[in-house]
Design a protein around this ligand. Structure first.
Ligand code: ES4
Ligand code: ZN
Length: 325
């Protein structure tokens, strides 16, 4: 990896789905190890299939891909493989969404998931000087009662979670559906974040703020359609975890040059750059920064400001934050 400005810039990742870091190479290795059949003839065929038309077309392959994750060792290998790549490109802290429902439904236990991921997180801290945080994400296209059950099941590992989140198919699954479980999470001392305004309307962003009491909006790019909402997001300094390459690959925007990012920044919003599902969207944190640098001709100062926003918004202890400032 080149020793350039963007690599050296200490980058904090606030919006990452750990299951979305599964590169085809590891997918095939785990499929072999576990005797799982994949719908691709080889690694190139898998990459070629990552040609998405919208969020759902991605989610179908995302859930398909994670079928190779069966043992604690698999979850460990998934995460440490990603942490090594991230550290090599200058990422210093990673907050990962985890989708327990997607694994529980396949007969993989909560204990299996956590044993593997926690081991990888310890190695990341000890060997890579990479800190991590975990976000317990609920699949919003599943019933709210299932989310409540998952929160219950997370009990023994609750200390390892900083927040709850909301992901998967957005349209038709408004934040208000999860009012009760987010309220319960708050009672348990967890912070709240939610995907909103990726494909869904700006009203979903309002709902996430009003009914789920979130401190960060994941994506949130459709806020650009609502001037009053923009003012509110700026006034309340709500963090948006924007994922530029994801937005292009899922056709939220056709070309990065047309992305609302510069306008969101001009509107005074607290913007961060993130990678979402790097194995599926063609780049990690460094490449997301680099693509924006090219598309918007941003100065080093702007790129540093974006990286610094994420340090301030992260779920990390103040000692670590001071060290990264
Ligand atoms: C996701 Cl980009 C995106 N949106 C919603 N849910 C997701 N899960 C993984 N990536
Ligand atoms: Zn996401």
């Amino acid at each position: 990896m080149a020793d350039d400005f963007l690599t050296r810039l200490p980058k904090v990742e606030l919006h990452l789905h750990i299951e979305g870091t599964l590169e085809p190479e590891l997918m095939f290795a785990l499929a072999e190890r576990n005797g799982v059949k994949l719908p691709y003839s080889d690694i190139e065929a898998a990459r070629a299939a990552y040609d998405f038309t919208d969020l759902q077309s991605f989610l179908d392959l995302y859930f398909q891909g994670m079928s190779v994750l069966l043992t604690a060792r698999d979850f460990h290998d998934l995460a440490i493989d990603y942490f090594r790549r991230a550290a090599a490109e200058g990422v210093v802290h990673v907050e990962m969404h985890i989708d327990p429902q997607a694994h529980l439904a396949r007969g993989v236990s909560f204990a299996t998931i956590m044993e593997g991921l926690l081991a990888a997180c310890r190695e990341a801290r000890d060997e890579l000087d990479l800190s991590t945080a975990m976000i317990l994400a609920f699949l919003r296209d599943q019933p709210a009662e299932d989310a409540l059950q998952v929160l219950e099941q997370a009990g023994p590992w609750l200390e390892h979670f900083s927040a709850v989140g909301l992901d998967s198919a957005e349209q038709g699954n408004p934040p208000s559906k999860f009012r009760e479980v987010f309220h319960r999470a708050a009672e348990l001392g967890l912070a709240r974040v939610a995907h909103a305004g990726e494909e869904g309307p700006p009203t979903y962003i309002r709902e996430a703020l009003d009914e789920l009491d979130v401190c960060r909006i994941d994506h949130g790019v459709r806020a650009i359609e609502d001037v009053e909402l923009l003012e509110r997001l700026a006034d309340e300094s709500i963090v948006l975890t924007v994922c530029p390459l994801s937005n292009v690959r899922l056709k939220v925007v056709e070309h990065l040059e047309q992305h609302s990012l510069p306008r969101l920044i001009d509107a005074g919003l607290n913007i961060t750059l993130n990678s979402d599902d790097p194995a599926y969207f063609g780049g990690g944190m460094r490449e997301n920064f680099a693509a924006c640098q090219r598309a918007f001709d941003w100065s080093d100062e702007t790129l540093s400001w974006l990286a610094s926003n994420a340090i301030e918004a992260a779920f990390m202890d103040e000692q670590r934050r001071d060290l990264l400032r």
